[in-house]
Design a protein around this ligand. Structure first.
Ligand SMILES: O=C[C@H](O)COP(=O)(O)O
Length: 250
């Protein structure tokens, strides 16, 4: 039985003051059990949010990290630094990072392994572009990305990995994938994982869908057999909407 997981990716939104306001608003809402909840905030808001989210069900996540513990890497943040402030999840290889910050399958793999070595749970993003989809390459693209990201990960470590399938054309566009299409691609990702880790381990991995998920459509994704939650951008920015997403995922 896979516990559903809803993760909000705030991207480059929210100051510390905004983040605290979000946490205060969440505290006023009724707690929702049975769904793991994560907020992946900008680095600057993480410490304040760690404190502000105390007493809530929400775990803290980062949106990126370097794979080294320390070193001359100006502007980077290491897994040790994230652990120190109570971060439990970290998004790795989001398509925006692949597109704008030269993230490659190789760096995604290094970061995934580094996160696991430091006790952080990676949310590894995979997904095809519109061009790749129209060329019939979806299975090949997500299969290659998944295999590359998980290369060298042990079966035991795989239990702490979350995969987020995010078709690039569905991110922030309002054009979400149909739940049936997302389910089909996620089934492909699971079968690719089974090739390297075995059926049992693959069956236990949580795989989220991401791309224009909202409170109004999350239930349709959750009704699918292979989808274990959502990675949500825009609709995770208000406490009200985030809680509705979590309720919809139950
Ligand atoms: O990480 C989240 C995704 O990029 C989806 O963003 P969105 O929900 O705003 O489409």
């Amino acid at each position: 039985m896979r516990t559903p997981i809803v993760a909000g990716n705030w991207k480059m939104f929210k100051t510390i003051a905004d983040a605290k306001q979000f946490a205060d608003a969440v505290k006023e809402q009724k707690k929702v059990a049975g769904v793991e909840q994560v907020i992946c905030a900008p680095f600057t808001a993480l410490s304040a949010l760690a404190e502000a989210l105390q007493g809530t069900e929400i775990a803290l996540g980062a949106q990126n990290m370097h794979f080294e513990e320390q070193g001359a890497f100006t502007g980077e943040i290491s897994p040790l630094m994230l652990k120190e402030i109570g971060v439990r999840y970290v998004i790795i290889g989001h398509s925006e990072r692949r597109q704008y910050f030269n993230e490659t399958d190789e760096s995604v793999n290094k970061k995934t392994k580094a996160a696991l070595q430091h006790g952080l749970k990676p949310i590894v993003c995979v997904g095809e572009s519109l061009e790749e989809r129209e060329a019939g390459k979806t299975a090949e693209v997500v299969g290659t990305q998944t295999k590359a990201a998980l290369s060298g990960v042990s079966v035991e470590q795989l239990a702490d990995v979350v995969i987020a399938y995010e078709p690039i054309w569905a991110i922030g566009t309002g054009k979400s994938s149909t739940s049936a299409d997302a389910n089909e691609t996620i089934a492909i990702i699971r079968s690719v994982i089974a090739e390297d880790f075995g059926q049992e381990a693959a069956a236990a991995v949580r795989i989220q869908y991401g791309g224009s998920v909202k409170p109004e459509n999350i239930a349709s994704y959750m009704a699918e057999s292979e989808i274990d939650g959502a990675l949500v951008g825009g609709a995770s920015l208000t406490a009200d909407s985030f809680i509705q997403l979590v309720q919809g995922a139950r």
